[in-house]
Ligand binder design. Structure first.
Ligand code: ATP
Ligand code: MG
Length: 565
């Protein structure tokens, strides 16, 4: 491709809302432009990268037996109602104004519908079905460029199995394929245990890239390799110990004391005997959740226990249900509540908590003696420096970007959509499903996040839009032009993809800057100084290393570079 004829609008300045390197560089290098919040146009160079990424993903999913579909983005709302996901997705789901249709944010429902209508017997199973297609999600705060779009491309695959062992196998096949995909894309990633969220199901893992731009938070152990999304990372901190004395409940006047810190300072006690109470409503039932001191309640862990649509109570509800405002609420004397307590406080005594009367607390609470506890669960959010649940080493807590997510869905969708098959004993059984997603734009953006410098992008060879960036330095010197043209032809004949900067209206310095910005792995530089000696210069973008070689050696040099890099 001749740069003189191509549409690659590079730019120096980027808008101030482009704060992360991948967003800035994708704009500067002319890969994409923003059309609206979370909506992006991929320009030819960006789309070339996207196609490379899609092909790489396609090859690995084909290799595990995936069969590619092209499903519609529009789908009848009725099937989403059947699975309860109109409600579960809430505002994320894009509705069509004048028809009972929605724009699919993912495709479990459509796959389930195809399976319900066309899979009959265990002989039709297992299947791996996939597509690489546009998804629509009304993300509340689209930011970080293409990392979080309202329209984005996903590779989504689905496994259909007759047995749970079959599901395990399909899931493992995907995990292996994902490792190959991200490794081939040149990404440094890690795998974490994750929450199944709105998908539901029995197990899931996320493929993560550590990055300060990440919106996910993960706990990782450098020693044993434990890694989990903070939403599910297991707490392993010291529990409260029971004090021997059996002390009577005691009313404590605590005027204007609202927070745990204020209460600790006011009573001059250790934070560990202070029990914080929070109220959540799930299907109209109030739940009192108790945590130790300033421990953070993890809403994902809570929702896993009490249900996905649990919400924290409004101030008016609090007053009505407990008789007090937040800060004075506690477990004694409540009616109609379920009481769930963080494991760290299991069977603790000597606790101080709110009295359900403003400005009053109660001391010496014994959870065994005084409270009807409905269950102890791990509700804590793990913090940096806490002991690893596997090996007790201090955990690191890092920001990360989710590249992909694999789920064992089980029979949730088959049950809702009546997707059944006849097993070998002639019994009707629900199909056991798995679902596996990868964000195509996220592979591109994460690649740039991990591999760039102050001058621009440094593409990994597997996704680079071109293999070679050929630079004609002296466009006014005839034999230099002739050499560049013939090198261009030779490279194409040898099946390399070449971006040829043949422009005559820009300076060599400008061309070198653009070449660094666009980031092809190899730059082949044709300048007068070398051409007169029948030589050319090659620059490796990543290392900056330069080589002066005979023109005849060019093809073998490039082949060698691509085989060994
Ligand atoms: P997140 O927690 O980041 O919103 P998710 O859990 O909603 O992601 P999934 O529903 O599992 O994501 O979707 C599968 C993959 O699609 C994700 O791993 C991610 O790579 C990609 N993805 C999800 N939402 C977006 C988005 N808004 N923009 C770009 N890619 C996305
Ligand atoms: Mg999401």
């Amino acid at each position: 491709m001749r740069l003189s004829k191509s549409f690659i609008p590079t730019q120096k300045e980027v808008p101030s809302d482009a704060t992360i390197p991948s967003h800035q560089l994708m704009l500067r290098a002319g890969l994409m432009r923003q059309l609206g919040a979370g909506i992006f146009s991929f320009l030819p160079l960006g789309y070339k990268v996207m196609k490379k990424v899609m092909n790489l993903v396609r090859e690995e999913i084909d290799a595990i037996g995936g069969q590619e579909f092209h499903l519609p983005a529009l789908s009848p709302i009725e099937i989403w109602e059947k699975t309860g996901r109109v409600e579960a997705f809430g505002d994320i789901l894009f509705h069509i104004k004048n028809r009972p249709l929605v724009l699919a944010p993912t495709h479990e429902e459509i796959i389930g519908w195809v399976a319900a209508n066309h899979i009959e017997s265990y002989k039709d199973l297992p299947q791996i079905w996939y597509q690489i297609q546009t998804k629509f999600r009304n993300e509340p705060r689209p930011r970080s460029g293409v990392l979080r779009g309202r329209q984005f491309v996903m590779k989504d695959s689905y496994s259909l199995d007759a047995t749970w062992e079959g599901l395990d196998k399909s899931y493992d096949l995907h995990a292996e394929a994902y490792k190959k995909i991200f490794t081939r894309a040149g990404l440094k990633f890690f795998i974490v245990g994750a929450s199944s969220g709105a998908m539901g199901g029995t197990g899931s893992q996320e493929f993560m890239v550590e990055s300060p731009s990440g919106e996910d938070t993960c706990a990782v152990c450098e020693r044993c390799g434990y890694a989990a999304n903070i939403e599910v990372a297991a707490s392993n901190v010291e529990k409260a110990v029971r004090v021997p004395a059996n002390l009577q409940l005691k009313e404590i006047h605590t005027p204007n004391v609202k927070t745990i810190d204020e209460l600790r300072d006011y009573l001059k006690v250790d934070e560990s005997i202070l029990a914080k109470s929070l109220v959540y409503i799930q299907n109209g039932i109030p739940h009192l959740i108790m945590m130790m001191g300033n421990d953070q309640l993890n809403e994902t862990k809570l929702q896993t226990v009490i249900g996905a649509n649990a919400r924290s109570a409004h101030p008016e509800e609090l007053a009505e249900l407990t008789g007090a405002d937040a800060g004075s609420i506690g477990p004694l004397g409540l009616k109609g509540f379920k009481i769930l307590i963080d494991k760290r406080l299991e069977n603790a005594n000597g606790l101080v908590s709110g009295m359900n009367k403003n400005d009053y607390h109660i001391g010496n609470i014994d959870l065994k003696r005084d409270v009807q506890v409905d269950g102890y669960y791990d509700f804590r959010t793990v913090a940096a420096g806490e002991p690893c649940p596997q090996c007790n080493e201090q955990l690191r807590v890092v920001n990360a970007i989710e590249l992909g997510h694999i789920f064992k869905l089980g029979t949730k969708y088959a049950d809702a959509l009546d997707a059944k098959f006849l097993d070998e004993h002639g019994e009707m059984k629900p199909i056991i499903m798995g679902s596996y997603g990868i964000g195509i734009e996220r592979i591109i953006a994460c690649g740039i996040e991990q591999s760039h410098d102050a001058n621009g992008i440094i593409w990994n060879k597997s996704v680079a839009p071109y293999d070679v960036h050929l630079i004609l330095v002296n466009s006014n010197v005839e034999n230099v032009v002739r050499t560049a043209e013939s090198v261009y032809e030779t490279l194409i004949q040898n099946k390399f993809e070449v971006l040829y900067d043949d422009r005559s209206n820009v300076s060599p310095g400008f061309k070198f800057k653009d070449a660094d910005l666009l980031g092809m792995p190899l730059h082949v530089i044709i300048g007068e100084k070398n051409v007169v000696k029948n030589k050319i210069e090659i620059k490796e973008r990543k290392s900056g290393q330069r080589h002066i070689i005979e023109i005849e050696q060019l093809i073998s040099f490039i082949k060698n570079f691509y085989e060994n890099n």
